[in-house]
Design a protein around this ligand. Structure first.
Ligand code: ADE
Length: 251
């Protein structure tokens, strides 16, 4: 899968894309990340990428022409198909479902906005999707672009050591992940739940299912409203609610 990133700050990406899982995915040819410096496509002698907003007001706006020329170049005169994404706090909020959809595309072009925003003509004519990574404002679209590359790349076959591991991820099935423990089984009086040491795979699986539901119920009940639960999960959730009511009654 190919990612093209249009940015004024390509060097910001060096660290996050040169280590760990993303590095391996690049080295193994599963993903290809191409960084394009928008400033290389400016047309005046001062390499101006931004300008004052028409109509006045605070801040600067990224100019339409350098982004246009960059897009024209990387898409071979708009002949190569791609999904063009503008990172902006105004966009559709990124979630695991969107990540899954994006992981089915062949090529994503991520346009990193900066300053007050990007000339609206880019959005109107060249953008398929506007994406926000949350309801807060960052200094630019670079970190959101990194977030998208990271989240999408790990969905691709062969990127994680175990392709199964993502099936237990929080959000993958609409609920949060279960708690994890590793050795030692006891540390300064803090113990690992006994069931995990029992070697009984069925009991472990049931415990994990229940813990995942319990966490979701306590921390993100909004997710449960959107998720279709299996009969087993519904039964476990009833148990959880009863147990929690018992705790409250005893208080
Ligand atoms: N640019 C600035 N803030 C952003 C956000 N929250 N999501 C995406 N792009 C942004």
């Amino acid at each position: 899968m190919k990612f093209d990133i249009l940015t004024l700050f390509p060097e910001m990406f060096e660290g996050p894309f040169s280590d760990s899982i993303i590095k391996n995915a690049r080295d193994n040819g599963i993903i290809d990340i191409n960084l394009t410096d928008i400033r290389d496509y400016t047309t005046d002698k001062h390499n101006t990428a931004d300008d004052y907003p028409y109509g006045g007001g605070a801040g600067m706006v990224l100019k339409v022409d350098p982004i246009y020329y960059a897009l024209e170049d990387i898409t071979d005169n708009f002949k190569k198909k791609s999904t063009n994404i503008l990172l902006t706090p105004r966009g559709e909020k990124l979630d695991q479902n969107m990540v899954k959809d994006l992981s089915n595309k062949d090529r994503l072009v991520l346009i990193c906005g900066h300053y007050e925003g990007v000339d609206e003509r880019i959005r109107e004519n060249f953008v398929d999707l506007e994406v926000s990574i949350g309801d807060y404002v960052l200094t630019g679209g670079e970190i959101p672009a990194m977030v998208i590359v990271d989240a999408v790349a790990r969905m691709l076959p062969g990127v994680l050591g175990h392709d199964d591991s993502k099936k237990n991820d929080s959000f993958y099935n609409g609920i949060l992940d279960y708690p994890h423990y590793t050795r030692p089984s006891e540390f300064k009086g803090m113990e690992v739940p006994k069931v995990l040491l029992s070697g009984d795979h069925q009991r472990v699986a049931k415990w994990r299912k229940k813990q995942a539901l319990k966490r979701t119920y306590l921390m993100r009940p909004d997710l449960l409203k959107k998720t279709k639960l299996s009969e087993t999960q519904k039964e476990l959730l009833r148990e959880i609610k009863e147990e929690l009511e018992g705790v409250i009654d005893n208080e």
